[in-house]
Design a binder for this molecule. Sequence first.
Ligand SMILES: Nc1ncnc2c1ncn2[C@@H]1O[C@H](COP(=O)(O)OP(=O)(O)OP(=O)(O)O)[C@@H](O)[C@H]1O
Length: 577
Amino acid sequence: MAPPRKNALPKPLPDGFILTDTEKKKWKLGTIIGQGGFGLIYLASQDIDRPVAMDTDFVIKVEYQTNGPLFSELKFYQRAAKPESMQKWKKNRKLDFLGIPTYWGSGLAEYNDLSYRFMAMDRLGMDLQKVCDRNGGRLKKATVLQLGQRLVDVLEYIHENEYVHADIKAANLMHGYRDPEQVYLADYGLSYRYCPDGAHKEYKENPKRCHDGTIEYTSLDAHKGLAPSRRSDLQILGFCLLHWLCGSLPWNSVLKNPTQVQEAKTRLMDNLPDSVQQLSASRGSTDEVAAFLLYVKTLGYQDKPDYQHLKDLLASVVTGSLDFSSPQGPAGESDSKNPHTREKKAGRARGPSKAKPSPAEVEDGAHEGMKSKPVPACHIRGPPLPKPQSQQEEVLPAVRRSQRLRVAPVHSYKEDDCEEDDCEEDNSEDEEEEVRPKPIPACYLRGPPKSPSGQPKQKTESTWTGRKRDDQTVTSERWERVHMQRRKPEWANCDIKRQTNMEYTERWDEGPLHDRKGHSHQQQRCSQHWYKHRDSTGQDAGSTQTQGLMSCFIVLGAFLLVVAVLEFAKVHLNPFE
Ligand SMILES: Nc1ncnc2c1ncn2[C@@H]1O[C@H](COP(=O)(O)OP(=O)(O)OP(=O)(O)O)[C@@H](O)[C@H]1O
């Protein structure tokens, strides 16, 4: 059986297709209701005798078997989210509800010579990003605090079960399908087993892993290339709470530059609580989130957080149902009375939004509410920093979900998280190598390296193995990101060190172009450039020029000789004298 392409969006399975899970339970597939970067979500039912009802309570996530994200997610559910274990936890903690979807089974399937992996789980409702978008990027303060407390409960449970989520954000929070009041933390594709069998991972910065996660919220640990831990989950949650409260984050305008995002987050954390409290000037108090982040800052890499203390910090006078209606102004007033709203309407600020408005919607202002308020410049800039070239050249557009770079999608650090029986299947590390945009070596970032030999390269083999995008039936934001980033280093494959200095200049002046064989046009051009100094006999241009010069001298000499002979004849042989 031909293995499907790794990390590709799977070809859809037909409506009514029957899957059998590892416990021999049969599942019938219905309509596709969702699509992620790597998988498709189908409505599903255990009643295989009739079509899947539109109001079924189950969904099945399907990816190619070789994909990493679903494998990671599956491992999380199988190890950490067993229904019995969650029930016991809720009982012990006297919790009515724990926002982790229930896992109902999984397995492998084959169709049209392709191998698939699937996982059946609770059907969920709308995600919170859509709610935030509808509300201009914001939620009511009481809702933010209540949500924060509930998420602390979820995080405590998964942390106690050796896992961290590592990608908390509104797009991964989903309402219950039957009960929209309930909120679930979904998408465990980036979850990480930080404490396998009770042994916490060591503090180890890995430059290759820098900026993992969703750039907008990822933790400072992740920016430094550390594997995620409990404190990083909590810091991500703190950034989310701040975003929901304020409608934007101080680094929203620099999201395309991970280093600038990291610097802005560092400034915010270094200057707590003021840095966060200042954000509250026009948006109601952010004191609780400031205190939350301040506590997170005190945590060591391996420290176990005091979850109850965190919940106390987020205590709100409002309890009971979550209210997802639009927040009204700074602390209860209508946004229309807020001067920042007018700026918003003037299009001066754009907040992140998952759902992309159509151009028509943008034009007629239907998505006005999706735009976030600007953050005061002082919070964006802090101490002046050198502005990178990319920033000088580019005015950043609205932050859309597609721009929330998840730099290294999925299964980071997976190599450490591999039980013996899992490892056979777990090829996610390989996949990561393929998915992860390969970093451009520093020498290529800084300018042309010196040529050790000065020898021109006549033929360069490109080692680019990137996939053609048009292979994909459906493109996704993540694929776009990955491919865009993958394209960057392609031309770095050529052996630039063997080029002459003149050729380096040409390379750095122009961007890389590749023909179908993956050869750089520039490489070809460089070689041609070198060849054009040579004549057809293989001699170099210098010797050809010398020969030309000598010919000139001979012609000139002959000419002078003729002139001299004529002069002589004129003087000595004149018939009229
Ligand atoms: N349990 C569920 N019930 C109902 N819809 C779901 C469920 N899980 C996911 N979806 C829908 O399917 C979409 C794809 O989900 P999935 O988890 O595969 O990818 P994603 O999180 O959006 O993206 P990525 O794979 O890049 O992280 C979601 O945006 C959501 O709308």
